[in-house]
Design a protein around this ligand. Structure first.
Ligand code: SF4
Length: 457
């Protein structure tokens, strides 16, 4: 049976208060947009309305309560956030039906409340952002942010219904994207994850329209975007880590590799190849499906030896023969990708692939999936083992409590690891002053199939 994917839910936003509250609103919307939500300009079209309140003065509180009242009357499904969220009792006394109340800067809690009130469309082919498996809602802002640069897609991959769900490619203005990134960095973001359905196609729909940004003309183009993001300053002239996700290997991707070698862009590319067999790729109707990918991978590693390549693959696509699958395994041995995610093909309601002949039996899918995971785990382990003895920058995600000897451990990630989908670096004996978001140099002491073990250098 085909899996049904719901339409993107729509969120309305009323933002009151100071410029700081406005930054909070933007940050919440940034994350919701990345999670696949659409924005509603009016109450009527919204599945849920967020009211970002101000509680600084009595008059501001009254204004906030009025705004909540209006949203309740016009829509009825309301989440309250912002400074007045600290006075949840006063809000509940007047509006017992509000869905959730969270305080200022509790981005993750607000996003969690929106997910509960209007669940996002989810599935391996619609998620741009990994959803945490434990569903735990964190209250502290993360030091990484997803930056969505466009919506929709102009391709017609047979297994995908994004073009039906989200429409054709609609790129955001480059200055708007850069302004958002600048604000995120000013608010503490140390790592930007650029996402879209097809990042290398950014600006194709606007003919790569130029805008002025800090006195420079910049085009809506992946290369310009990458260069400008690499010029942002997290303090003391240090750029944020910038990762490009969902990049198709169009020829111009070659232009961003030197930016990685220069240190402007994190040496990491997430390229969803999905398969390697030309026959399967043709049936999948994949973009940028060309034979020279292995040569290009070699050339990229020549320019930037530390580049980490992440990809995802589908096994058991209709018509995939044992030869096609063996081709994929051989290709993976050659390509030596750093990180691989795999899915067993499943039909999604409305996708063209559902009508293709020769479905692969479930047992065969399972068996191929297991073989693919075995090969990719072995490759990953060997690539990680080659890092033992090196000193690498690690971004800290979480610092632990001291153990009985007073030693403190921390978890972080190397430049080869995107949050939530790749591996981790487990650090021992870190200084008590270390905090999430810090970037430290660490000597790699050990490795396993997915993770590294290190000590601050
Ligand atoms: S490139 Fe293909 S898989 Fe990706 S969103 Fe477009 S149609 Fe879907």
């Amino acid at each position: 049976m085909a899996t049904q994917i719901p339409q993107a839910p729509r969120v309305g936003m009323v933002s009151l208060g100071c410029p700081k509250a406005l930054v909070d609103s933007e940050r919440i919307l940034t994350r919701l947009r990345a999670d696949g939500y659409a924005m509603s300009p009016d109450y009527a079209g919204a599945d849920v309305v967020l009211v970002n309140t101000c509680g600084f003065l009595d008059s501001a509180k009254e204004e906030s309560l009025e705004a909540i009242g209006e949203a309740m009357a016009e829509n009825g499904r309301v989440i309250v956030t912002g400074c007045m969220g600290d006075e949840a009792d006063a809000i509940r006394a007047r509006f017992p039906q509000v869905l959730a109340i969270t305080g200022a800067q509790q981005y993750e809690a607000v996003v969690g409340a929106v997910h509960q009130a209007a669940p996002p469309a989810q599935g391996p082919f619609v998620d741009l952002v990994p959803q945490p498996s434990d569903q735990m809602v964190k209250l502290t802002p993360r030091h990484y942010s997803y930056l969505k640069i466009s919506e929709g897609c102009n391709h017609a991959c047979a297994f995908c219904i994004i073009p039906q769900l989200r429409g054709r490619l609609a790129s955001r203005r480059i200055d708007a994207v850069l302004r958002e990134a600048e604000k995120l960095v000013a608010a503490g973001t140390r790592e930007l994850l650029v996402i879209s359905q097809d990042t290398s196609a950014y600006g194709v729909d606007t003919r790569h329209e130029s805008r002025t940004w800090h006195g420079r003309e910049v085009r809506a183009h992946m290369t310009d975007l990458a260069r400008e993001l690499g010029r942002l300053d997290t303090g003391g002239g240090t750029p944020p880590w910038v990762r490009l996700h969902y990049v198709y290997p169009y020829p111009h991707v070659d232009q961003v590799i030197p930016l990685m070698a220069e240190g402007l862009l994190t040496p990491y590319l997430d390229i969803p190849f999905q398969h390697a067999s030309p026959a399967v790729l043709k049936r999948m109707k994949r973009p940028a499906n060309e034979a020279k990918v292995l040569e290009r991978l070699r050339a990229w590693r020549g320019v930037c030896p530390d580049i980490a390549i992440r990809s995802s693959f589908v096994v058991g696509f209709p018509g995939e023969t044992e030869d096609d699958f063996a081709y994929l395994l051989d290709w993976l041995e050659e390509a030596q990708l750093d990180r691989v995610g795999a899915f067993r093909f499943e039909p999604v309601e409305g996708a063209a692939a559902n009508a293709l002949p020769d479905p692969v039996p479930e047992a065969v899918k399972e068996e191929r999936f297991a073989r693919l995971m075995e090969v990719t785990a072995r490759i990953s382990a060997a690539r990680l083992a080659a890092k033992v003895g090196r000193t690498l920058p690690v971004i800290v995600d979480e610092v632990g409590e001291p153990d009985e000897d007073g030693d403190i451990g921390a978890t972080g990630r190397s430049q080869a690891d995107a949050p939530e989908i790749d591996g981790q670096v487990f650090l021992r004996d870190v200084p008590a002053t270390l905090a999430a978001g810090d970037i430290v140099q660490a000597r790699i002491e050990d490795a396993d199939e997915h993770d590294l073990f290190a000590v601050p250098a």
